[in-house]
Design a protein around this ligand. Structure first.
Ligand code: HEC
Length: 201
């Protein structure tokens, strides 16, 4: 996100927080399944500062704190948030660090995907329920480690931080790895955003 956009998001979120009807002012008042990409973006702009402040709260234990502090300065790979029906039906927005951004942005759909070790991917999430109320979701992180370190996960480490900032001890094999590898193993374990919101496509 560039500085102007971030400033706008902070300003919007400040307005949200400074009113008594705080969360309500970010609610689109419309079923999440019926939101256009632009409407989802407006919800995101409203909650963005608050969402990140939540992820930043408290100690990060085994999740490298720098990832959580920095990922919004990495390369965004979504043009807008989208809800692909995975990750609990949440709207998702993804950033990739400098090591892997170029390779990820090819969105290669075969085993030509060569994501380098040291790549870190962070994905924010939020949900809008059937009543049109917004709920903050977890931050999902994948890190590509050196070849052979974790063969059963395709050398991906999976991490998750709750909206409150607490790292979540999830059983990564069943909660993350199975879906990524069984469904997307042919493209390096990557799910990629909805084609309509991919940067550069
Ligand atoms: C039911 C299948 C499923 C499960 C379970 C799942 N994911 Fe994903 N994941 C996806 C899909 C599909 C995408 C691409 C969606 C998008 O970006 O819009 C994705 C994308 C991601 C990305 C961005 C990189 C990419 O693949 O493009 C990260 C990071 C991520 N998931 C982390 C996790 C973590 C951590 C867990 C476990 C806590 C997890 N995922 C569980 C399906 C799943």
């Amino acid at each position: 996100m560039n500085t102007t956009l971030r400033a706008a998001a902070v300003a919007t979120a400040f307005v949200c927080l400074s009113t008594a009807a705080q969360a309500a002012s970010c609610d689109p008042g419309k079923d999440g399944n019926d939101l256009t990409f632009k409407e989802a973006q407006a919800v995101y702009d409203c909650i963005a500062a608050d969402l990140h402040a939540g992820y930043m709260t408290g100690g990060k234990k085994w999740v490298p704190g720098g990832y959580v502090a920095d990922y919004r300065n990495w390369t965004p790979v979504n043009t807008m948030p989208a809800n692909p029906g995975f990750h609990g039906g949440r709207f998702l927005l993804t950033w990739v660090n400098k090591v892997g951004a170029e390779e990820y942005l090819k969105f290669a759909e075969d085993d030509a995907v060569h994501i380098p070790a040291g790549t870190v991917i962070a994905k924010e999430s939020f949900a809008v329920n059937a009543k049109g109320k917004v709920q903050k979701g977890p931050l999902f992180i994948m890190e590509k480690v050196a070849a052979g370190v974790s063969p059963e996960t395709g050398d991906w480490f999976y991490m998750m931080v709750a909206p409150s900032g607490t790292p979540q001890a999830v059983p990564v094999m069943t909660a993350c790895n199975e879906c990524h590898m069984e469904n997307y193993g042919f493209q390096g374990g990557l799910g990629y955003p909805d084609p309509e919101v991919r940067v550069g496509q």
